[in-house]
Design a binder for this molecule. Structure first.
Ligand code: SAH
Length: 217
């Protein structure tokens, strides 16, 4: 994989367009300028990698729209060394952005094929602060809890109980909540054990959070 001057130029333009759309967290914008999104797409979609669009990946899933990645990352208020759990690794692009911000990322994917592909790409980028797991993210990753931040990159109809339990006090969860058709970006702050503050933001459309694992044949 090559990151040419052309790719870098297109990426810079994309990041500026995302800034125009209202994203102002410089750490997020810097990370998006740094990570080559075309590395996370199939060759057939390479030309489209720097359009602000969601794109298909394997297993009928999608790599989120760059604006959505920026929006979720900004709401999550990620800091250097924040311990972040991401549900829905998909292509691994969002994980790479969190990693480039300097977070300690634990990302989980239920499709084994996607998990293997994303892990290989993140390893090749030498992102040692991003760890990939294959499993059902609804259950979280109890062995590594608590997390400072939890991010769902798939649509949930309700907040998984296990994830609330695995959020540190003072921690933040960003979760698209709603129906299959449309979800409201929701930010949950854990004030104290069993005390939460909910804030609602814009509407989005994500692929669904599904239970169980899907192994490679
Ligand atoms: N962050 C990804 C977005 C991928 S789409 C990216 O940047 O490319 C959302 C992903 O969530 C899909 O790959 C889907 O398989 C995964 N997913 C859905 N339910 C899940 C679950 N219970 N546990 C883990 N991953 C899940």
């Amino acid at each position: 994989m090559e990151d040419t001057y052309r790719h870098k130029g297109l990426r810079k333009r994309l990041v500026e367009s995302i800034r125009q759309k209202g994203i102002n967290d410089e750490n997020v914008l810097e990370a998006m300028n740094k990570i080559p999104r075309h590395f996370f797409l199939d060759k057939a979609f390479e030309e489209m990698a720097y359009e602000d669009q969601a794109m298909p990946i394997e297993e009928g899933q999608t790599i989120s729209q760059p604006f959505t990645v920026a929006y979720q990352s900004q709401l999550l208020e990620v800091r250097k060394r924040s311990k972040v759990l991401e549900i829905g690794t998909g292509s691994g692009y969002q994980s790479a952005i969190l990693g480039a911000i300097g977070a300690r990322v634990y990302t989980i994917e239920r499709h084994e094929a996607l998990y293997l592909k994303a892990k290989a790409m993140l390893d090749s980028l030498q992102m040692s602060n991003v760890r990939c797991y294959y499993g059902d993210g609804i259950k979280g990753l109890g062995e590594f809890a608590p997390f400072d931040r939890i991010l769902l990159t798939c649509a949930a109809t309700e907040v998984p109980e296990a994830l609330l339990n695995q959020l540190a006090i003072g921690g933040i969860m960003v979760i698209p909540l709603g129906s299959q058709k449309e979800q409201t970006m929701t930010r949950i702050k854990k004030i104290a054990e069993s005390e939460y503050n909910y804030e609602e933001f814009d509407n989005f459309k994500f692929v669904p959070l599904l239970s169980g694992k899907n192994s490679k044949q």
